[in-house]
Design a protein around this ligand. Structure first.
Ligand code: SOE
Length: 388
């Protein structure tokens, strides 16, 4: 089996999720590569964190200059898990060096950057993907399967919520290794790029392209202490964002995201309501999918009245997406498995030279989400509907 030498550009939270996926993928899936955790990158000032990360995950080497790592001849795949403002530069360098590329979401700070990245990977002809891991939650994959089987029929409504609560205190600083997500210079946008990007990716995957949006954003805490500089910094990213959407298929949607929803930690939920049925999911109970069957997709015959109601499906059977790769029916898997599933699909895909189907989303497809995010931010700024 071919080895796949991994160069990890980052050593924070997302680097942990991706490193775990490389370590685990061969335990559960047949993949044509044997990943080797070759080298991980971190900034010179984070050297102790980097060393600890290396030891914990078993990387052979460390590097404090990511450009050197991206150019190394013995590296096969570059994994971009650094703060958003570095994604473009890192992807461009990895593409120029002919590496396969995995990039965390949001792929870029804005659409212009995303376009440059797509041009670079396509010119270099390198396999690439953006890590929208939630598509690979088995219950969300089943959500898609049920829609594709025609069991929802004509869709009328789509709604998505992605809420957290970790920035409510004014004492939470911005910047630094952990909280760069609050700083516009490092993150580009707030909840729109960080959380709604997930909701938008899933929504367009399930319900097709969004045609136009109208948005409202809010910044609740206007200034925070930057932990890198020690100075107070003006907060300009969106702390909260709500938008209305019209889909190409004629259905209409609502999207809400905030980091000020007291009690909500990583609450991502979505629901679709159609003529023949409805489906609902929430990430706080990720092993369940709720399905409301109104009528048979083939005959159009309505379900008997006394049997009508929401069905809560425990998505752990071998016939459910991904589940045959894990344990036995009734036993659950978790957050980390969504990254393993995504990596397995990527390594087996035709993009990576495998025999499996084309991997989605690659950077070209993920650029759609960037386009919608940009339209949302523009709409909020200009107070009007924006076509995507
Ligand atoms: C933010 O807190 C965050 O870590 C996101 O950046 C991830 O994409 C999301 O999956 C979990 O929450």
């Amino acid at each position: 089996m071919k080895t796949l030498n991994v160069g990890m550009l980052g050593c924070g939270f997302m680097a942990r999720t991706h490193s775990n996926a490389y370590s685990q993928v061969g335990h559960f899936f047949d993949v044509p590569f044997k990943p080797v955790l070759k080298c991980c990158y971190g900034r010179e000032q984070d050297i102790e964190v980097l060393k600890k990360f290396q030891q914990r995950w078993g990387y052979e080497e460390i590097e404090t200059d990511w450009k050197k790592l991206a150019a190394r001849k013995d590296i096969d795949i570059i994994d971009v898990v650094a703060p958003n403002f570095l994604h473009k530069e890192m992807v461009l360098a990895a593409a120029a060096a002919g590496k396969m590329i995995i990039c965390e979401k949001p792929m870029a700070m804005n659409l212009d950057e995303a376009e440059e990245m797509v041009a670079a990977v396509e010119k270099a002809g390198v396999a690439n993907m953006v890590m929208f891991n939630y598509r690979r939650v088995p219950a969300i994959s089943l959500f898609k399967q049920i829609i594709d089987e025609g069991r929802v029929g004509r869709p009328f409504h789509y709604r998505a919520v992605y809420n957290q609560d970790y920035t409510i205190s004014a004492n939470v600083p911005s910047g630094g290794a952990a909280l760069w997500r609050l700083s516009a210079k490092a993150a580009g946008s707030g909840v729109t790029g960080d959380l709604l990007a997930h909701s938008i990716d899933t929504a367009e995957w399930l319900n097709g392209p969004i045609k136009k949006v109208t948005a409202y954003t809010e910044v609740f805490i206007k200034e925070r202490k930057n932990s890198d500089t020690g100075e107070m910094e003006k907060i300009t990213i969106d702390d909260a964002c709500m938008f209305l959407a019209v889909f190409e298929n004629g259905s209409i949607g609502t999207f809400e995201s905030t980091r000020y929803a007291r009690g909500r930690k990583n609450y991502s939920a979505m629901e679709i309501n159609g003529e023949k049925g409805a489906i609902a999911f929430n990430l706080e109970e990720p092993e369940y999918l709720e399905f409301f069957r109104y009528s048979d997709p083939d005959t159009g015959k309505k379900v008997e009245d006394h049997l009508t109601g929401w069905q809560k499906i425990l998505v752990t059977n071998g016939e459910h997406p991904y589940m045959s790769k894990y344990w036995v029916p009734g036993t659950t898997i978790g957050y980390e498995h969504t990254f393993i599933n995504a990596l397995a699909d990527f390594l087996n895909s035709s993009n990576a030279g495998g025999t499996g189907p084309k991997f989605e989303p690659d950077m070209r497809q993920a650029m759609r989400t960037q386009k919608v995010c940009d339209a949302v931010i523009r709409s909020a700024k200009e107070g009007r509907w924006v076509e995507v």
